[in-house]
Design a protein around this ligand. Sequence first.
Ligand SMILES: [Fe+2]
Length: 241
Amino acid sequence: MRRFSHLVFCFCLTRVLAQPFVLPQLPYGYSEYAPNIDALTMEIHITKHHQAYVNNLNKCVKGTPFETYTLEDILINLPPDGEVLRNNAGGHYNHSLFWEILAPRPKQGPISESLNTQIITQFGSMDSLRKALFLSATSRFGSGWAWLIVTPDKKLQVISMANQDNPLMACSSNRGIPILGIDVWEHAYYLNYQNRRADYLSAVWDLLNWKVVSENYAEALNSPLLSKLKSTNCQKKSKKH
Ligand SMILES: [Fe+2]
């Protein structure tokens, strides 16, 4: 279960032997997320969309210094003209996190006391956090992600970003380590929900595995990545692809 956390939070500069990036294994079967997310959507999403990001990322880094970087170091050190790298490294990172935090009922674990306390302290209630995330997700024009992040001052924050951008990137005006991300690209829900993004969001909320989100929170609080993440303005916008 923690294999992705090691991927996300490992702070070594280089990957051993520059192995290609690989598609992670979905924690559960395609059909186990139904009826919240139908099996065909899950299968297409990971085997077609996510696989394409992995394939294109490997092509993009081959023969470059980034070939030996960890995924998070690529995201933090994106070159200004690295639009293809930005889109595909972001796509791989974002989807890998998404799969990890979803679990069908009754296979979800409980939220930790520390994360629950921080949510209550900052948002007032879990329902207020849900409303903030939903507002962030529904107001995102076009494709993108809604995030719950741990900021460099170790606070929680809800943000959204376009396309496959995420708050590890220097282009984010609100930088932090994502501990929960919701994919609001139409490919994540269109087969079953068509234009009803709000209904999809409710369905995803019910699939969140708060045990994993809590583990992500605990690891983020102690991650050396936080010291690298300082607010900067976006210098270059990426295009949808
Ligand atoms: Fe997606």
